[in-house]
Design a protein around this ligand. Structure first.
Ligand SMILES: *Cc1c(COP(=O)(O)O)cnc(C)c1O
Length: 391
């Protein structure tokens, strides 16, 4: 056994059967069983957990906003003895979700106004976001698309597949299609394949991406059959969504390995959430586990200004501190790009700690991760300056 066999055994835990201990006939490894047995009502939730008043009211109110739905696999990651459990905060509704704070919106990234056809968001010239379903395996309480997912809210996700395909076919500037939703991996293999094969035939598309939280919420869905179907549509990339190291269970790791072994490059998008992952230790542990699973951390998002999210949002300086505490101190591959998805629809804006201490005429003074300063000669700058003084 090589490099990390022992680490793999100690860091990647299975939590099954957990709360389902007495359920001896449970077909635990079937994703259909997992979906059928999701925790989505107050009585089921109270069978397993003692709820706070805030959570009780939150669950009762969620049915008209964003459904509660939690796969048994993910539910087992909850620490019942910890009222501030980071897993619990992500999927169990709280009454604070009904409070709209200043600046919060139903559609924080202005997607609805950037849809040339229903279901297709075209913000950047060369790529599109294709929303192919409104359902997920479980619902994140900070969901940026809570206005249209789960079927609980007033607004429905309108998708016109034929119009979307034909828009992509006739818009030759599009080279990259990102499938999202909802979660595309909640579609059956056959339905997903119909979408992929249609896109794969479009000559000006260079590659396809899938954004999915299924490897974390429902790793049982990543079957060998799904992987061999996906591998017919290369180049295919996938972005997964993990926020906390406990989410990377042994089942999740195996699912990620099956995807990576199918030749799919994997990235991760995390959302910085108060009390979930807004400290360096938690974030570092997550990022390191992702690298072991061959997942390259891609983006770390400041939480979108979704209605009822103020209890989960944290400050930008926290995000910057975390990035600064990583850069130079750990593997460069481990460090995601911190971004703000600009409110109103400006797209993703990178936010970085400042490493330039001073910009001089002929040199720039920079600092490294230890705080030491260095000078880098910058002759082009000197040239610009000389020209200016001659005139
Ligand atoms: C995030 C996003 C993309 C993809 O952005 P990348 O930076 O290329 O990953 C494309 N379209 C929309 C509308 C998006 O929100």
């Amino acid at each position: 056994m090589g490099i990390s066999a022992q680490r793999l055994d100690s860091d990647f835990l299975t939590h099954a059967p957990g709360f389902w201990q007495g359920d001896v006939n449970a077909d635990w490894n079937s994703h259909l069983w997992q979906l059928k047995n999701r925790v989505n009502s107050l009585p089921e939730l109270e069978k397993h957990l003692e709820l706070t008043q805030e959570e009780r009211s939150g669950v009762l109110l969620s049915g008209s906003k964003l459904d509660m739905s939690i796969t048994p696999h993910y539910f087992n990651l909850i620490d019942a003895s910890d009222p501030d459990c980071p897993i619990r905060r992500q999927v169990i509704p709280r009454v604070e979700e009904t409070i709209t704070s200043p600046g919060e919106m139903a559609d924080p990234c202005g997607e609805d106004s950037h849809m040339p056809v229903p279901g297709l968001v075209h913000r950047y010239p060369d790529r599109v976001l294709f929303l192919v379903t409104d359902r997920c395996a479980a619902y994140c309480r900070y969901c940026t698309r809570s206005r249209v997912v789960s079927g609980a809210g007033d607004q429905e996700l309108d998708i016109d597949f034929e119009a979307a395909f034909s828009y992509i076919e006739r818009t030759k500037t599009i080279r990259d299609v990102l499938l999202s939703g909802g979660d595309p991996l909640l579609l059956s293999d056959a339905r997903l394949e119909r979408i992929l094969s249609r896109l794969h035939k479009i000559p000006h598309l260079e590659f396809i991406r899938i954004g999915s939280r299924v490897p974390i919420f429902l790793p049982q869905r990543i079957t060998p059959e799904l992987c061999s179907m996906l591998s017919k549509y290369h180049p295919l990339w996938m972005s997964v969504h993990a926020n906390h190291p406990r989410e990377i269970t042994i089942e999740c790791r195996q699912a990620l390995e099956r995807l990576a072994n199918s030749g799919i490059p994997l990235g991760n998008q995390s959302v910085l959430l108060k009390g979930v992952n807004d400290d360096t230790e938690t974030m570092r542990a997550l990022l390191h586990k992702l690298l072991i699973c061959r997942v390259r951390p891609y983006y770390l998002y400041m939480c979108d200004l979704i209605k009822g999210s103020s209890h989960l949002r944290t400050s930008l300086s926290k995000g910057l501190d975390i990035i600064e505490s990583l850069r130079g101190h750990t593997t460069g591959y481990a460090i995601p790009q911190l971004v703000i998805d600009a409110p109103g629809g400006g797209g993703k804006v990178p936010i970085n700690p400042e490493y330039i201490v001073k910009k001089g005429d002929r040199q720039v003074i920079i600092r490294n991760y230890e705080g030491k300063t260095f000078a880098y000669p910058d002759p082009d700058n000197a040239f610009d300056h000389a020209e200016l003084t001659i005139k």
